[in-house]
Design a protein. Structure first.
Length: 421
């Protein structure tokens, strides 16, 4: 058995001349079956680990054991149609020697990227175009006013503890491990650049933040790996520079401001979706990061410094221990590097006043349904030299957190991925 998610995303023709079985008869099973119906590709049947029905959508339902016994062949492709149980389903098929397997995520992403290059039906093409249009409209519509009530509630709480970070640096791991009522945020700055009736509320919230005791836990991570992780985090909606977390739209920080206000028109012009292929889309994201200075190191300027007046780069960072604690007025900040996070349980516990604190891993890319595409891309991605040099040419902010030995190790990892020419 081979998982061909990355191959599927790169070449949708993996679908052709195959016997197709869909593993799962729930929500995603229906969606996958409908996609094949629109492509006019016949589905041979469905599979469940232990079937509770004989027929689904007019096709027979096999157990995973029966599927392997009867269809362990090179021309068989099994689509895993579950977000929650995809790993268990793949495990059930591991004893198969010949069949290929891919997740619904890889199938849908491949369709999204390749719908113009394959002989798909007009209905499916129109649906994908509509989805792209809706994605952009969602991103553009009232994003500045989203969640104002929620932010006001959070910031009105006494003695705040915020897990307030640029994203993909371990924030959810800490959040889901904390025994305290903590709040998980990636941006406050976009709210506080609002216009109209909300600006007075925002100013009051900023004043409160500067008066009341507040603890902030924040972090950094090797920047290219962090960008790749970010690249896949929002793939349900395929939008930059706005990212979806559940039902929440989060602003991807960057230099989009004029006269201290967000330049909405320019931001809307620069919103983009996955296009052509993963390599092209990541290259686009890299250019957006460089142009807008939307890297994780600038986040501390756009967010913590801009709102709270704390310049973390004016404070020393212990590169060997991998963390520092900054105290300025009523504000106390625990700043760590993600590579050392597993060694900092006692430090975090002491910071939040909970000895015995233990980390529970959460939101890891390797545990998500996109994990096979993520790993394939991470291992094969080619980088533009300009993007590589942006982080590793001469970057005093990278050097603020990482030792020379660490930086050389990071550089060696990515040097072999540089595009030629």
């Amino acid at each position: 058995m081979k998982v061909i998610d990355y191959e599927m995303v790169c070449d949708i023709f993996c679908l052709l001349e195959r016997k197709i079985f869909i593993y799962g008869t729930g929500k995603y099973g229906n969606r996958v079956a409908n996609a094949f119906l629109q492509m006019k590709i016949e589905v041979d049947g469905f599979c469940e680990t232990i079937p509770e029905k004989d027929i689904f959508l007019g096709k027979r339902v096999l157990s995973s054991k029966d599927l392997i016994s009867n269809y362990d062949k090179n021309d068989v492709l099994v689509i895993i149609a579950s977000e929650r149980y995809f790993k268990e389903m793949i495990h059930e098929l591991q004893v198969a020697e010949n069949m290929d397997v891919c997740t619904y995520y890889a199938l849908f992403l491949s369709l999204f990227l390749n719908y113009e290059t394959v002989g798909t039906e007009r209905t499916l093409k129109d649906n994908i175009k509509f989805f792209k249009k809706v994605s952009l409209e969602i991103a553009k519509k009232n994003f500045m006013k989203w969640g104002m009530d929620g932010y006001c509630y959070i910031l009105s709480q006494p003695s705040l503890t915020l897990i307030y970070q640029p994203g993909k640096v371990g924030s959810k791991t800490i959040y889901h491990s904390s025994p305290l009522e903590t709040y998980h945020l990636h941006s406050l700055a976009y709210v506080f650049n609002a216009d109209g009736d909300t600006i007075d509320i925002c100013n009051k919230m900023v004043d409160k933040l500067k008066r009341e005791p507040i603890k902030i836990i924040t972090g950094v991570r090797e920047p290219i790996l962090r960008d790749i992780s970010l690249f896949f985090e929002g793939t349900e909606n395929n939008i930059w520079p706005l990212i979806y977390y559940g039902n929440c739209t989060n602003y991807l920080f960057g230099n989009y401001r004029e006269d201290g206000k967000l330049n909405i028109a320019e931001l809307q012009e620069r919103i983009c979706v996955f296009e052509e292929n993963l390599a092209y889309s990541f290259e686009h994201l890299g250019k957006e990061i460089m142009q807008s200075r939307a890297d994780e190191f600038s986040w501390f300027d756009y967010e913590i410094k801009a709102l709270l007046g704390v310049d973390i780069y004016e404070h020393p960072f212990d590169k060997e221990k991998g963390y520092t604690i900054i105290e300025q007025g009523n504000i106390k900040i625990l700043l760590y590097k993600c590579e050392k996070l597993s060694q900092l349980e006692s430090v975090i516990g002491c910071f939040i006043g909970k000895p015995g604190f233990l980390l529970n891993n959460a939101n890891q890319g390797d545990e998500k349904v996109y994990s096979y595409v993520y790993r394939g891309f991470r291992e094969k991605v080619k980088l533009q030299k300009e993007y590589f040099d942006y982080y590793y040419g001469d970057n005093p902010r990278l050097k603020h957190f990482y030792t020379d030995i660490e930086i050389e190790r990071f550089k060696d990892r990515w040097k072999e991925r540089l595009q030629e020419g």
